[in-house]
Design a protein around this ligand. Structure first.
Ligand code: DSN
Length: 397
């Protein structure tokens, strides 16, 4: 009997094909990534780690028999991701998602109650970077740095707050920030701080990981102690997470994932991550990311030409934020999201700096170009999409 679920999946597949997908954290994976994810590897339990780790780090051994091929796949996955980022950092590819990666990263080097300094949530940070309703905000003493009046990260604020709060960990990374993050500057601030115990430097590069891999964003490797990422955004892999760390922290990070916060790894997803890593090593991926960035700039410039206010006045990466507070004060981000949905354009409402509305309404929207660039949209196409969105918003006013 054919399950009813497949009819439902078909409807979602049609939606993904028909709609213009502008959610900055989404993408479309290759057939090979899908194939690996839908494979027999989902049947296997493999708590633990390969008995022989190819970088010589971390905990050894599995708690189940029959893991010889699983080991081969997981080690291959690790090797390929190190190749993608041209790094000798240790990598753990088992995190089920970005939140789990962040949770394990914190718990690998911190105790509950320790102080973390992160980017403020309303100004572009992430739920797992200290929201009071998230484990991060409940377990840790969160302090936040802000953006300046132009919407750029306020690096002086980071320096001041390192001195004031003496955090155990400084976190860089965002889910709604359109400018390059200066990891080297934050590393210098930590190194030059006069704290007896220097904070760990952690980077959550989930949004920009594809740009880092392709050389379109400053790399956190060599600067951060721990780097987390998801694999499904600009990296265009399966839904999942990863943690990179210096070799000294390998045992702590591996232990924080298993047995610390997770049980059996999702080996079918790890296989799909390996396929995505193979793809990310190709010249075509580099070209793709170049197009994502070019298309984002073209679309953003068109919105500015049409009279919209863009947070920071532009973009260096795969996303930008429209702020309606001054140009369309009566329209919320939610209203725009809902109206565009009716026209088969998908994006998400987003808080803007100095937000006056609640996070469920917001005064802005976030727009990203990674997914539609995978569908081979060009800069000219993105300019046309900007004009279409403008005409829909103009009819709302
Ligand atoms: N929810 C993701 C995003 O849209 O940015 C981050 O986890």
């Amino acid at each position: 009997m054919e399950s009813r679920v497949f009819q439902m999946i078909e409807k979602e597949k049609d939606r993904q094909e028909r709609n213009i997908e502008l959610i900055a954290s989404e993408n479309f994976v290759s057939e090979n990534v899908l194939r690996a994810m839908g494979s027999c590897l989902t049947n296997k339990y493999s708590e633990g780690y390969p008995a022989v780790r190819e970088d010589g780090c971390g905990r050894k051994g599995r708690y189940y028999g029959g893991c010889q091929f699983i080991d081969e796949i997981e080690e291959y996955c690790c090797t390929k991701w190190r190749e993608v980022f041209n790094t000798d950092y240790h990598v753990n590819v088992q995190p089920h998602c970005g939140s789990q990666a962040n949770m394990a990263a914190y718990l690998s080097v911190l105790e509950p109650g320790d102080t973390i300094l992160a980017m403020s949530l309303n100004n572009g940070g992430h739920l797992t970077h200290g929201s009071p309703v998230n484990f991060s905000g409940r377990l840790f003493d969160m302090k936040f740095y802000d953006v300046d009046k132009n919407g750029y990260i306020d690096y002086d604020d980071i320096g001041n707050k390192i001195r004031e709060f003496k955090p155990a960990l400084v976190l860089a990374g965002a889910s709604a920030y359109s400018r390059e993050i200066e990891f080297d500057r934050i590393r210098d601030m930590i190194d030059n701080s006069d704290l007896n115990k220097k904070p760990y430097f952690m980077v959550d590069m989930a949004h920009i990981a594809g740009l880092v891999a392709a050389g379109y964003h400053q790399t956190p490797f060599g600067k951060a102690d721990i780097i987390t990422t998801t694999t499904h955004k600009t990296l265009r892999g399966p839904r999942g997470g990863m943690i990179f760390c210096t070799k000294e922290l390998a045992g702590k990070v591996d232990g924080a994932i298993f047995p610390g916060t997770q049980g059996g790894p999702l080996e079918h997803v790890i296989a799909a991550k390996a396929v995505a890593a193979e793809e990310a090593c190709t010249p075509e991926f580099k070209e793709y990311i170049g197009d994502v960035v070019k298309n984002c700039k073209a679309m953003c410039d068109e919105f500015i030409r049409l009279g919209y206010e863009v947070v920071t006045g532009g973009t260096d990466n795969h996303l930008f934020l429209l702020d309606f507070s001054n140009t369309h004060p009566k329209i919320s981000g939610k209203a725009v999201q809902d109206e565009l949905d009716k026209h088969y354009i998908t994006l998400n409402k987003n808080c803007v700096p100095n937000e006056k509305r609640s996070p469920v309404q917001t005064s802005g929207v976030r727009i990203g170009t990674a997914a539609e660039t995978t569908k081979r949209k060009t800069a000219e196409d993105f300019v046309m999409i900007a004009r279409k969105i403008d005409s829909i918003i103009s009819n709302m006013a």
